[in-house]
Design a protein around this ligand. Structure first.
Ligand SMILES: Cc1cc2nc3c(=O)[nH]c(=O)nc-3n(C[C@H](O)[C@H](O)[C@H](O)COP(=O)(O)OP(=O)(O)OC[C@H]3O[C@@H](n4cnc5c(N)ncnc54)[C@H](O)[C@@H]3O)c2cc1C
Length: 342
């Protein structure tokens, strides 16, 4: 492996782009930084993360930070359990806050199909030892008082779910990885991937070339474009995702759980944050840039298709959020996040 040289001063925020690194991770979002941390935990120290902007400035900073462990298969549920265990321990291990709050989650079913699905997921959870309780609409409302129980078939309560601060979490992973020997090059765009036969041999960036044995594509929704640099076709798509940040809603306990509601063609997620609430909508994406902002959402509601109708949502909080966003003079903000284009 070629010697490392300090070749990137100011442009990468002072980070050094070595001439070579055993493993190079492309993308400094939560996934890239988590991979770097996991690798250093396993004794791999020759690791470099390359981020074209600053850490978290892809999609990670947008996230509401909800962490739910219910999944359709035991392996995915096990993966989510491992994530929760990591979040719970990370601050102690790295010394950097993650904003992790294990407040629990209520997943609400507003259709027979979703109720059957949730019951299945709860069964899968219990089969791998994850505590998950099937509860009535009334019990769900006791846990999440903003919920309207109209049309609710039932819910699942997972006490160990919660929410984290996506930006803090990413920086905590990065700090732990750095302490373990990983390097970070920010403001550094990977423009080409060189190959030796079927193996990646080097990455070409706007700040020079870096040899590597292994390149990890952690570029999230840009993974398809990154894959193309190596001639690989990846089926990665992006969806539009909107949310509303509301004014503060008085009287909510700090331990309010997160709440997820899925109806036909829509997914709504709600969470408390520092001072306000949000609602969102997700639909097949279209290009458009977005920038980081400073306020975190309290509630977010998102919809996977364009057929969203908030009046059908059994969540008083999201309706209130939308009103707050549209009321004249309101400080509620309605934001649309779309697929950034290259
Ligand atoms: C509004 C919103 C709310 C969300 N809420 C939640 C939630 O509550 N819970 C949840 O689990 N998930 C949520 N998500 C999803 C979550 O944000 C993403 O799944 C996660 O952040 C993806 O992380 P990532 O590291 O894969 O991608 P990213 O954070 O996008 O990181 C990829 C990085 O790669 C970089 N990059 C791309 N191409 C190159 C290149 N050629 N060279 C160098 N760098 C490159 C980009 O700049 C970017 O920083 C939400 C998303 C949105 C938009």
């Amino acid at each position: 492996m070629p010697a490392r040289t300090p070749s990137l001063p100011a442009a990468t925020g002072g980070a050094l782009l070595p001439e070579g690194s055993e493993i190079v991770i492309i993308g400094g979002g939560v996934i890239g930084c988590a991979i770097a941390w996991q690798l250093t935990q396993r004794g791999k120290t020759d690791v470099t993360v390359i981020e074209r902007r600053r850490l978290t400035e892809g999609t990670t900073w947008h996230a509401a930070g909800l962490v739910g462990q219910l999944r359709s298969t035991a392996s995915l549920t096990g993966l989510m359990r491992a994530s929760v265990q990591t979040y719970a321990a990370l601050e102690r291990l790295t010394g950097y806050a993650t904003g992790w709050r294990p407040v629990g989650s209520v997943r609400v079913a507003a259709s027979d199909g979703r109720w059957a699905e949730l019951q299945r997921h709860a069964g899968v959870a219990r089969s791998v030892g994850l505590e998950a309780h099937l509860i009535s609409a009334g019990q769900a409302r006791e846990l999440f008082p903003l919920l309207s129980t109209d049309g609710v078939r039932g819910a699942v309560w997972v006490p160990s779910d919660g929410h984290a601060d996506p930006s803090q979490l990413t920086h905590s992973f990065a700090a732990g990885a750095r302490a373990g020997g990983a390097r970070f090059a920010e403001n550094c765009l990977v423009q080409a991937i060189e190959q030796d036969g079927r193996r990646v041999s080097a990455l070409v960036t706007n700040h020079g070339r870096i040899h590597c044995d292994i390149a990890v594509n952690a570029t999230g929704m840009w993974a398809r474009q990154t894959g193309r640099l190596a001639g690989a076709g990846l089926a990665v798509g992006a969806v539009e995702h909107q949310y509303v940040v509301t004014e503060q809603i008085a009287g909510l306990p700090p331990t309010l759980p997160t709440c997820g509601i899925r109806t036909r063609g829509s997914i709504s997620s709600l969470r408390p944050a520092r001072c306000c609430s949000a609602a969102g909508k997700m639909a097949p994406g279209c290009p458009g840039p977005s920038r980081p902002h400073s306020s975190a959402p309290l509630y977010s509601r998102r919809t996977t298709s364009g057929s969203n109708n908030s009046a059908r949502q059994p969540c008083a909080g999201s309706r209130r959020s939308r009103r707050a966003a549209s009321a004249p003079g309101s400080t509620g903000r309605y934001r649309s996040r779309r697929t950034p284009s290259r």
